[in-house]
Structure formats: structure tokens, C-alpha cells
Design a protein around this ligand. Structure first.
Ligand code: MN
Length: 290
């Protein structure tokens, strides 16, 4: 399986991003159900997302350049710096705001992914964790930083509830390496910048290639330097619905979640953020397809 998928341009709180998941052709890769790539962009396109809720998922932010302030309804106030992972477990409900911080070189580069929570965890209490030390290795000129899950002999610290992996891969110059994969996982690669080759095929920036499952290795290379993201996981066994900032199992749950947020119930409030609360769109009458 080698399926080339595009990304689409979306405006997120004033910042132009490329959305790789979900797409028409592919909704999920393992439990990964959402993948946005922001930047590299000048700070004039800063991200300012006011308080908004999440449910049934974990938000996973990987900061490459620039800084984003995270504030949530549990009272966490955390600056996310380059090389750090921010993992917020929404469970039955949480709210947060995400605001990029201006900096002199004017760059902002990040990926935000969402992880669908399985049935046993999706109603859990909300939580928040921040990780500053991530394991990694270098092979054939490719620098691999393990963001979550296990890869080869490494294990990353973030707590997730489905077998999955996320790795940041980069090459400063010419590079060529073979990575060992988990054959039970399905995988995809997203080009972030520069020149990347996957199994000998070019991977453009903001292109997603779905690689399917049953692969034992992956050949990655670059002629002059490049940066890409590898995501994978055990195919998610439950059909999910994704609407706005929520993951649910049926339309009634979606309608209720939006109504609860708009009525200031369930999710809590984000204090100390000088931005208006986002309004949940009404899901009443929408026909959801799992
Ligand atoms: Mn959010």
C-alpha cells in the first residue's frame, strides 16, 4: 500500500494550516484521527484560538519552532517550546485556549494531532501532561525523535490508550536510513519541509502518504535535507464520529456536547485568557457517518 493523499488548507484561529487528517480518502491512521501542520509561518499569521472544548480524544501538540501558550479549564498554564510535546486528555470534557507567542524571528512551526480514546477511556476525567525530554536516535543521517509510543528499542513517556507511534524525522543534509516498523500497525508519513524520499518515492511538504500495515521496515532518505513526520498505530477497532472539537459515537452525544459547552456546563471555563469563547456549531439534524 502506497497511497498519496493531499492535505487541505484550513484557517485555525487566524493561522493557515494544512490538514492531513481526517480526509475524504482516509479518516484515521491507528487511533490518530486528526493531523494539522502549521507553518513554518511568520508570526504575522499568529495562532490565537480562544477557549473551546474537547471531548473523547487527546490533543497532541508537537512544537518545532515558536512557542504556544496553553491554558485549560483544569488551571494548567503551560508554555510549549520547541522540542516539547503537550498532551491534553479530554475524556468526558475539558476546555483550553492556544495562543502563539510573538518572537523575533517570526516563525511558528508545529503539528497538532488528535488521538481518539477507546470506549473504556473516553469518559475518563480530563488530564494534562507536558513532556520536555524525548528519546531519539540517529541513523544514516536521519535524526528520529520519538514523540509517543515505542519504536525499535525506545519508549516515549506520553500516556496513550491505544497502541500507536509518532516520530519526528529530519535530515540536515544527505541521508539514507532504514527504520524498523511494527507490522501490526498501519502507518503514514507527512512531509513537513525540504526534500524527502520514502521507499524511493518523493514526499512533498504537506503531502501525506498512507503506507498501510504489514510493513517491517521503511526506507527513508533525503538528498539535501528534509523534515517529516511518521505516524502509525493499530487500526482503531471502533467506529467514531468527529465533529468540530469532539469525538463521539452518535449524533445525540454530539448535540449534547455542543449544547453543554454553549450553556457553560460540563467542560469548565478557561481563566485568564483575553479571547472570546468559541461557539459550538449546532449538530442537530446532521447525519453522521461513522
Ligand atoms: Mn484545541
Amino acid at each position: 500500500m502506497f497511497e498519496r493523499l493531499g492535505t487541505r488548507g484550513v484557517d485555525v484561529g487566524g493561522l493557515a494550516v494544512h490538514r492531513a487528517l481526517p480526509s475524504r480518502a482516509r479518516r484515521m491512521v491507528g487511533a490518530w484521527c486528526f493531523l494539522d501542520h502549521a507553518g513554518p509561518a511568520p508570526a504575522s499569521l499568529a495562532m490565537r484560538i480562544g477557549p473551546h472544548p474537547h471531548m473523547g480524544l487527546q490533543t497532541f501538540t508537537w512544537m518545532i519552532e515558536g512557542e504556544v501558550m496553553h491554558d485549560d479549564s483544569l488551571g494548567n498554564h503551560q508554555l510549549v517550546r520547541p522540542g516539547e510535546v503537550n498532551l491534553m486528555t479530554a475524556g468526558r470534557g475539558i476546555a483550553h485556549a492556544e495562543v502563539s507567542q510573538p518572537r523575533p524571528d517570526g516563525r511558528l512551526h508545529a503539528a497538532q494531532l488528535w488521538i481518539a480514546l477507546p470506549e473504556a477511556q473516553r469518559h475518563c476525567a480530563p488530564g494534562f501532561a507536558h513532556y520536555t525530554a524525548l528519546p531519539g536516535f540517529e541513523r544514516g543521517g536521519v535524526r528520529v525523535t520519538l514523540l509517543v509510543g515505542e519504536m525499535e528499542t525506545l519508549k516515549a513517556a506520553p500516556t496513550v490508550w491505544s497502541p500507536l507511534v509518532g516520530a519526528d524525522c529530519s535530515a540536515a543534509t544527505r541521508a539514507d536510513a532504514e527504520l524498523v516498523l511494527e507490522p501490526r500497525f498501519e502507518y503514514a508519513v507527512l512531509g513537513l519541509s525540504g526534500d524527502v524520499r520514502v521507499e524511493g518515492q518523493a514526499l512533498a511538504p504537506d503531502e501525506l502518504i498512507y503506507l498501510g500495515a504489514r510493513r517491517r521496515t521503511l526506507r527513508v532518505a533525503s538528498a539535501s535535507g528534509g523534515h517529516w513526520l511518521l505516524v502509525g498505530g493499530e487500526p482503531f477497532a471502533e467506529p467514531i464520529l468527529l465533529f468540530w472539537n469532539f469525538v463521539a459515537r452518535n449524533g445525540d452525544e454530539m448535540v449534547q456536547a455542543g449544547a453543554d459547552w454553549n450553556a457553560q456546563r460540563r467542560f469548565g471555563e478557561v481563566a485568564g485568557v483575553d479571547l472570546p469563547r468559541l461557539v459550538a456549531p449546532d449538530a442537530t439534524g446532521l447525519r453522521f457517518k461513522a
